[in-house]
Design a protein. Sequence first.
Length: 329
Amino acid sequence: MGEAVEIESIISAKTGGCPEDCVFCSQSARYTTDVQRAPMLDTHALVELARRTRALGGTEFCIVVAVRGPDERMLRSVIEATLAIRAEVDIEVAASLGILKEGQAERLATAGVHRYNHNLEAGPRFFPRICTTHTFDDRVETCRRVIAAGMELCSGGIFGMGETWDDRLDLAFALRDLGTREIPCNFLNPRPGTPLAGAELLRPLEALRCVAVFRCVNPAAVIRYAGGREVVLRDLQAYGMLAGANGLIVGNYLTTLGRSAEIDLAMLADVGMPVATRPLTGTVGCAPLWRRGTYRADQRIDKDGCAPPVGGLPAIRRLQRAEGPGVAF
């Protein structure tokens, strides 16, 4: 992939109130934390945040919601936002909406979602210690639906939850076997009120070894430096880039603060790693059937959660015939 680094920002489009019991997560409704619940951001707000990400040099903008999985209303909201962002901002759109049901991945792919994030979080043997409301296999099933729908799979984990190196290798090889294209490497930043609130921070050198090992096991994936690096690695963050990371989440995370994008960009300049101008995997989201520039934020969303082009459903059918098979409404 060369020396370029892929820049991404993530936004908590709907915060708090998740019914799952993941022991590391301050957005779980089962724990008393300082996270304030917030409703879904509207399309206009998401477009503006995507625009800011692009201005920083980002090539991907990820819409994240705190849920077990999306209901119909949420799915339609994310599809509408994806269409609007792709019409108005030169950036790829990713999404992280939890466990997907049959048919939902296809609808997101048709709207132009480039990557879908669904972290396995831990290997299969360790997973029952961090979550009991769904299984490791539930997560794997969603990952397979993402790939079958034609989106790139983004899936990674969190280091420092008490797992062994065997557990980490289980995760690294599970991600390899799925064909994961992007792997976020998160480091536990213990959140007050969660069961892991008292966990010790991972040692910096061990965190760097995690990055290096996941790069060795997954040589063709984007290894994305993600949450917790600021508190775990502190002044050694640049070494993670040299250990094998070639992706960065810049700015703040879902419920914790990151550092400024300017500092991260300066770090990349210091280690001689340029910012990528396109996704490092070489793929982009599917081209919408409506042409860029024809979408309006107030445009009607049809029964399948997609916005017709000017001319309505007859125009969709004409464009389907022109584009060929493989795209359905």
